[in-house]
Design a protein around this ligand. Structure first.
Ligand code: HEC
Ligand SMILES: [Cu+2]
Length: 478
């Protein structure tokens, strides 16, 4: 053991250094994480009863249990280190501490203590899980009898009555995950989210078990990415998927719930106040999983009713040449859209030709769905959404269109589409800079695989003029 004092000391510092740098990394990341001004995904700032319940469960775990364990472990370590401190000058490498082998009492203690602790944790966690599940019990899958189906078909209620009934009924929204965006469906006519897909005269679980692209009711309001809800009331969700497993998560409103193809999962959200609540798909779902975002937009109930009433309207078809209000560019944009885009995207518009009845077995689309997933975002009211492409781009320039901002002025949100019509407005303007490259070559803007029927194809064949016209037409979808 011919070690000199110097080399022993050198080794000590060498040994200490990596430990310090290992500590610096987590410390720095905690510090930097706290610096972020916008924290769109925080669970620590709940704003609804469900999220608050989860938060209240978590807080004592962190601050009581973890703090006690932390103090115990660190305290005992420091205490022992201080108690057994040896002056390096007097260090005798052969003077080993007393060697012990096994300590029955200690081992029993440190087996039982965590068991007791975890049991306590489990009881409160189960309690919370049950509370959350109980909230979902309200969701009923409406089954409609033969008469109801017949009646609905022959005497549909006037839109005004539908809206009134809708407003007075607790809100259910269907949420469908798809590579790589979320679809929302509002059952505006009150006959459920499904139709009599197997043609046996009733709408029941047999229809719900069929693939989504034939079982879903075409009459519902269909939108994407932004889940608009009334604040201050519970909204029940029915969550499923068209392709792979996704997971729906709006952290400030509730925990996560998986979207599994072929299954209908129930979940609920409620926000205390109006606002924008960001979310992200949280189950790895392929190439653009990291770009599959969404948000819940909570509005005061009267404003929500206003929003729904607008979503329930059909899109306007730009006037033809010779008709009043003819705009050459808009009409050309519309025609380009019909020729290139309508095979995937639905825009619900008045159908004047009864002969032209869409094949109801194909979910309102008159062609075979060209996508594996079975759908592309419904664009009927595209200009009322503040973000697009799975919430990664703003449809408008300005705060509301910023995917990373949680700012929401509900009044502005409601009249967003008006800003599209006044390009010179400096608060918000139609985001041509992101929309045009998207229409031209979407796979270049967001990784997707259109060859394998996942996502949108590129349109390199469209001229600059045609692209401008299509983007201008999209702005009319208010
Ligand atoms: C092969 C099917 C297909 C065709 C054809 C298609 N799209 Fe798409 N489009 C999609 C899919 C799928 C998405 C969703 C992609 C995503 O967000 O990951 C999408 C997204 C969009 C969006 C964003 C919608 C939103 O709310 O997020 C716009 C706008 C759009 N497409 C416009 C067009 C236009 C204009 C055309 C015609 C020039 C077109 N699309 C042709 C499949 C298609
Ligand atoms: Cu996903």
């Amino acid at each position: 053991m011919g070690k000199t004092k110097k080399s022993a000391e050198g080794q000590n510092t060498m040994r200490k250094l990596p430990h310090l740098s290992l500590l610096a990394l987590p410390l720095a990341s905690i510090l930097f994480a706290a610096c972020g001004e916008d924290k769109p995904l925080t669970t620590l700032d709940p704003d609804g009863p469900q999220a608050q319940g989860i938060h209240e469960l978590m807080t004592p775990y962190i601050w009581v249990i973890m703090l006690i364990i932390f103090i115990l472990v660190v305290g005992v370590s420091i205490g022992l280190a201080v108690k057994n401190k040896v002056d390096p000058d007097e260090l005798d490498p052969n003077d080993l501490p007393e060697q012990t082998h096994g300590n029955f009492k200690l081992e029993i203690a440190w087996t039982i203590a965590p068991m007791v602790l975890l049991t306590v944790v489990a009881v409160f966690t189960w309690q919370e899980i049950w509370d959350l599940e109980e909230k979902n019990d309200d969701i009923t899958f409406r089954a409609s009898s033969a008469e109801e189906v017949e009646n609905q078909k022959n005497n549909p209620l006037p839109l005004e009555t539908q809206l009134e009934n809708f407003s007075n009924t607790p809100l259910d929204v269907m949420v469908i995950g798809q590579q790589w965006w979320w679809e929302y469906r509002y059952d505006i006519d009150g006959d459920g989210f499904f139709k009599d897909a197997n043609n046996d005269g009733v709408i029941d679980e047999k229809d719900r078990e069929l693939p989504l692209d034939i079982s879903l009711d075409d009459d519902d309001i269909v939108t994407a990415t932004e889940l608009v809800i009334p604040s201050g009331q519970q909204v029940d969700l029915i969550i499923t998927s068209r392709d792979v497993i996704h997971s729906y998560w709006i952290p400030r409103l509730n925990g996560k719930r998986d979207a599994v193809p072929g299954r209908l999962h129930t979940w609920s959200l409620e926000s205390f106040e109006p606002g924008k609540y960001s979310g992200w798909c949280t189950e790895f779902c392929g190439m653009s999983h990291a770009r599959m975002r969404m948000s819940a937009i909570a509005l005061e109930k009267p404003q929500f009713d206003e929003w729904i009433a607008n979503q329930a309207t059909l899109a306007e078809i730009p006037a033809e040449e010779g008709e009043e209000g003819y705009d050459e560019d808009l009409r050309a944009g519309y025609e380009t859209f019909q020729a290139n885009c309508a095979s995937c995207h639905v825009i619900s518009e008045p159908d004047n030709d009864p002969e032209d009845n869409l094949d109801t077995t194909k979910n309102g689309r008159n062609i075979d769905p060209p996508l594996l997933s079975g759908a592309a975002p419904n664009l009927t009211h595209f200009a009322t959404r503040s973000t697009f492409a799975g919430g990664i781009y703003g449809t408008y320039n300005g705060r509301l269109g910023d995917p990373n901002s949680n700012d929401l002025d509900p009044a502005d949100y409601l009249k967003l589409s008006e800003f599209a019509k006044q390009p010179s407005n400096d608060t918000y303007s139609w985001n041509v800079a992101d929309l045009k490259p998207w229409v031209k070559n979407a796979p270049e803007q967001k990784d997707m695989d259109p060859v394998n029927q996942q996502g949108m194809i590129a349109f390199e064949n469209l001229t600059e003029e045609q692209l401008d016209q299509v983007v201008a037409y999209l702005a009319t979808l208010d």
